[in-house]
Write a protein of this length. Structure first.
Length: 187
């Protein structure tokens, strides 16, 4: 039974889905300018994240927003956040770093490469082309390839709806698995 549950969890929620830098909201439109969040989880058990570099593709303007306990600095092609003293991203935690981006290009998507620095000296490079089998995919902002718009971005979308939908699907699958095992034991 434990093996079946573990397989269901792994099938529904691959490790790479939770352990990479993402951009929120996950979609926008070409030509827009708005506030975005780079969500950075710490997937390590024994080291804290002490610095994060995000690279913004050429031609896209960006402005960093203040983040308590972290110092933001422009670097060649992007922005770097460095933890001040005791602040860091502890194991199992996430931090959200905000930027203003735009105008966004007329393209189907924008890829943001990132480097994640740990207190033990390790650097994780989230730079791979974002494909289904990528071990360290870069963050992707889907632009839908639509026409250039004039309306602003709705900052209220943070991706939480997708998380809730995923949790509901997971709960449903788990319920079906429990019912299946219960029924097999009764037969």
């Amino acid at each position: 039974m434990r093996l079946a549950i573990a397989l269901v969890v792994l099938a529904l929620f691959p490790a790479s889905a939770f352990a990479h830098v993402t951009v929120l909201p996950e979609s926008s439109r070409p030509g827009q300018t708005g506030d975005f969040t780079f969500r950075v989880p710490n997937e390590r058990d024994a080291a804290a994240t002490v610095r994060v570099d995000v690279f913004v593709p050429a031609g896209i303007g960006f402005e960093t927003k203040p983040h308590d306990g972290w110092t933001a600095a422009r670097i060649s092609g992007g922005v770097s956040w460095t933890a001040d003293g005791k602040n860091s991203i502890r194991p199992g935690r996430t931090e959200d770093f905000k930027v203003r981006l735009g105008p966004l290009p007329s393209a189907p998507r924008v890829v943001f490469k990132a480097l994640q620095y740990y207190g033990d000296g390790q650097i994780v490079r989230w730079i791979q082309e974002p494909t289904a089998d990528a071990e360290r995919p870069a963050a992707v902002l889907d632009l839908g390839g639509g026409a250039i718009g004039t309306k602003g971005i709705d900052d209220s979308s943070d991706g939480s709806g997708l998380v809730i939908a995923g949790l509901l699907i997971f709960a449903g699958v788990m319920l079906l698995l429990v019912l299946f095992v219960w029924r097999r034991r009764r037969v």
